[in-house]
Ligand binder design. Sequence first.
Ligand code: NAD
Length: 497
Amino acid sequence: MNHSDTLAACGFSDAELTAGDLVVTSPIDGAEVARLAQTGAQDMAAVIAASQAAFRQWREVPAPRRGELVRLLGEELRAAKEPLGALVTLEAGKIISEGLGEVQEMIDICDFAVGLSRQLYGLTIASERPGHRMMETWHPMGPCGVISAFNFPVAVWSWNAALALVCGDPVIWKPSEKTPLTALATMKIMQRALDRFGDAPEGLVQLVIGGPEVGEALVASKDVPIISATGSTRMGRIVGPKVAERFGRSILELGGNNAMIVAPSADLDMAVRAIVFSAVGTCGQRCTSLRRLIVHESIREDLVARLVKAYASLPIGDPRVAGTLIGPLVDAAARDRMQAMLERARAEGGTVHGGETVEGVTGGTYVTPAIVEMPGQTDTVREETFAPILYVLSYSDLDEAIALQNDVPQGLSSCIFTLNLREAETFLSAVGSDCGIANVNIGPSGAEIGGAFGGEKETGGGRESGSDAWKGYMRRQTNTVNYSAQLPLAQGVKFDI
Ligand code: NAD
């Protein structure tokens, strides 16, 4: 499909696509596809006020009824899966199945959130006082600002929005300035769900378009109690302290530097498949992309040889073409950063396989993924480079491998390939991986929505998506009810008057 057909299938009119000065280009061929209107900094106060007004109504709607809106969103997403997936391909450069997979992830989190809307449970706690009952109640918190990155242009919003909405919180979304079209298309889908729902308050789900300055208005406002920010650690270092300064709550989902340990007992056929998918999928532009391979010295040569061979046969090119496995980098700047890091790695003693610019579609930025054999974990290896570079390190015993795995500033995702139970359990134990995600015989990327997603250290500490991540979108209230005719004080304190 050409770009204009994809845009038309998502319901864009020519007027919308030429309404302003935010230039949107496709990484596939660098073509300009739209000039969109941006939200002015002066408009942000009204957006936030509308969200607060919506909150006052939405918090009173019973949670299962709020879940009905998310159920309808899931239905509308199912109906729009193909065109929205194709737009993700157009705007973020993902291959077709990854574009569709991103929309599937949105559908999955909607299903999860619908069930959750009847399960926002609090505890009942034993009271130390006779005739008393203690419990916890979870209440809606207020508007949730969602700032998202280019590489998951729509799924990240849905992880936040589906939960926030059932938890009783309105949502204001500031997508990446590189991917506003997928956000606008998602809002059209959301609008269809809102229309069918009928009586949702105005301003319940809003979209603001623009760069960091638009996000900053959300970050600065005490009327936006929750800021969920996904992007680089550089961004989180700015956003986190600003939200903390006003005692807001931040959910930070920042950079990763994810590793796989490959032990001598590993099933190498499986490991090779997992490595290739997680290192080169999305052209190495996932927060969970595999960036470091920590291989036992006894199998390093064999494994690297297999990987170099597998890499040589990977189809690189137009992500719209069936069979392509590696699409473009987001822009030429990403390629320049990749190349600069490969130069640095060489200077630190690395041996580079691949990493060259290749012909893809004219106007796009296409590279061969790189494998870099390193003499040790240098400064370059310890940085996240958002491109398909896989650094290979070797180890001799598991403690050393775990120490290498943990000795980076980031703490998102990690994994071990081993058939040895002791090694697997040690990796998952308190002395094992220090990441938010730790897998056995599965690569670090492609998480399911049922688990809590996020990471430690410079990854920011936030958790989104499944498990009890919903608690991040609500305020906890502890209630003590006295149904006796006495007024005993806690801890046996006497205060007779
Ligand atoms: P980025 O940090 O450049 O931008 C992310 C978002 O933050 C954009 O919407 C941007 O406009 C906004 N932003 C930037 N500065 C801001 C500021 N001062 N105030 C408010 N908003 C601001 O990131 P990117 O290049 O779009 O995405 C790639 C990065 O995102 C990688 O580091 C990747 O690891 C990370 N990421 C993390 C996760 C995760 O779940 N941990 C998921 C996806 C991407």
